[in-house]
Design a protein around this ligand. Structure first.
Ligand SMILES: NC(=O)c1ccc[n+]([C@@H]2O[C@H](COP(=O)([O-])OP(=O)(O)OC[C@H]3O[C@@H](n4cnc5c(N)ncnc54)[C@H](OP(=O)(O)O)[C@@H]3O)[C@@H](O)[C@H]2O)c1
Length: 322
C-alpha cells in the first residue's frame, strides 16, 4: 500500500509518499481501508517537531472508510462496516489500524468522506460549546479563525445553542463563510483591533467566552475581550505557542477562568466517545450541521495540503484522498 512517511522533522517536503507494508490487525484492532483522511493542524506541529513524535512515522489520526479485517476479540465492528475515527494510527495512508473500540459506525446518510471531515473537528466544536463552556441564550462568544475547520463547525453549534457569535477571520472571503455558518458579526483581525471591536459590539460589556485556536498572536488581546468571570478557552496555537501567563493577570482582567482543553480528555471513555460522536453525526445526517469540505488533495500531494493549511489559504476541512 502507499503511505506518507516522515523520517526527519522540517517543512512540508519531509512528507514522503512511499510504498510500505500493509499492517495487520492485532487483538482488539480493526484495519480500515481509508476512503478519506482528515488533515488537522496538529500534524503540522508534529511534522515541524513542535510536538514530539518518534521518527519515522506516518502522520494522521482521522479518517473515514471501510473495515476490511478485524483482529481477535473484536465485537464492536465487522468487516464491511463504514466507519470513521480520530484515533486511526497513521491515517495518511491507504489502510490504517485502530483499536476497534475507538471506531464509530457511520449512520445512514453520512459518507466516509463526511465522517472523515467531521470526527475530530466536529467533536472538538461540540465539546467546546457544550462541555467546556456550555453556551446558552444570552451568552456572546468570540470564535477566532471562524472560517477554519473547527471554526465553521463551532459557529454553527454555538448558534444552535442560542448564543450570539462574533468571529474573527483574515479575509473578506472567509468572513462570508463565517457569516454563512451563523456568525452574527465578523471582525477582520488582520486589519482591525479585535479587542476594541469586540468591546464596541458588546457595548463595552465583553463576551462570556473566547474560543482561541490561534494562540501567540491573539491570546493577550483575547483576555481583554472577556466580561468579568468570563472564560478563556485556549485550544490551539496555529500562530505559535503562547508565552507563560502570570495567574495574577486573570485577577486584574476580571477574575477570569483559563483552560487549555484537548479532545482526548473529552472522549476518553468509549461511552463518551460514542455519545459525542452520535450527536455530531446525527446533526450531519439530518442536515442541521453543514460540513464544508473546502479542499481535497490526492494522498501523494500531502505536502501541498500542508503548505496551503500553514499559509492560511484553506477554509473548512482539508481531506487527503488515497
Ligand atoms: N484542543 C483540541 O482539542 C483541538 C482539536 C482540534 C483542533 N485544535 C486546534 O485548533 C486549531 C484549528 O485547527 P484546524 O485544523 O481547524 O485548522 P484551521 O482553523 O482550519 O486552520 C488554521 C487557521 O488559523 C488561522 N491562523 C491565524 N494565524 C495563523 C498563522 N500564523 N498560521 C496559520 N494559521 C493561522 C487561519 O485562519 P485566518 O486566515 O482566518 O486567520 C487558518 O486558516 C489548531 O490550532 C488546532 O491545533 C485543537
Amino acid at each position: 500500500m502507499h503511505a506518507i512517511r516522515v523520517y526527519q522533522v522540517g517543512g512540508p517536503e519531509v512528507l514522503r509518499y512511499e510504498s510500505v507494508e500493509r499492517p495487520s490487525p492485532g487483538r482488539g484492532q480493526a484495519l480500515v481501508r481509508v476512503e478519506a483522511a482528515g488533515i488537522n493542524f496538529i500534524e503540522v506541529y508534529q511534522r515541524t517537531g513542535r510536538y514530539k513524535v518518534a521518527l519515522p512515522f506516518t502522520p494522521g489520526s482521522e479518517a473515514g472508510g471501510e473495515v476490511v479485517e478485524i483482529g481477535d476479540g473484536v465485537s464492536e465492528v465487522k468487516v464491511g462496516d463504514q466507519v470513521a475515527s480520530q484515533n486511526l494510527v497513521g491515517s495518511y495512508a491507504e489502510y490504517a489500524l485502530a483499536a476497534a473500540e475507538r471506531l464509530v459506525r457511520l449512520p445512514a446518510g453520512v459518507t466516509p468522506r463526511a465522517g472523515a471531515a467531521v470526527m475530530l473537528q466536529g467533536m472538538t466544536a461540540h465539546y467546546l460549546a457544550c462541555s467546556t463552556f456550555p453556551l446558552a441564550a444570552g451568552h456572546t462568544c468570540l470564535v477566532h479563525a471562524a472560517a477554519g475547520g473547527v471554526g465553521l463547525l463551532l459557529c454553527q453549534i454555538a448558534k444552535r445553542r442560542g448564543a450570539r457569535v462574533i468571529g474573527t477571520v483574515s479575509t473578506g472571503e472567509k468572513a462570508a463563510l463565517a457569516r454563512e455558518a451563523g456568525a452574527d458579526e465578523v471582525i477582520l483581525y488582520m486589519q482591525e483591533d479585535f479587542a476594541t471591536e469586540t468591546r464596541r459590539l458588546t457595548a463595552g460589556a465583553g463576551v462570556q467566552v473566547v474560543y482561541d485556536s490561534v494562540g501567540r498572536t491573539t491570546f493577550a488581546k483575547s483576555l481583554d475581550c472577556l466580561a468579568p468571570r468570563g472564560m478563556m478557552v485556549l485550544y490551539g496555537q496555529s500562530s505559535g505557542p503562547v508565552e507563560p501567563v502570570d495567574p495574577q493577570v486573570l485577577a486584574q482582567k476580571g477574575s477570569l477562568f483559563l483552560t487549555r482543553p484537548t479532545l482526548a480528555h473529552y472522549v476518553a471513555t468509549q461511552t463518551e466517545l460514542l455519545e459525542r460522536a452520535s450527536v455530531v453525526l446525527g446533526w450531519v445526517a439530518d442536515g442541521s450541521l453543514k460540513v464544508r469540505i473546502g479542499h481535497e488533495f490526492p494522498l501523494a500531494a500531502a505536502a501541498e495540503a500542508h503548505t496551503e493549511l500553514e499559509a492560511r489559504r484553506t477554509a473548512g476541512k482539508v481531506l487527503l484522498i488515497p
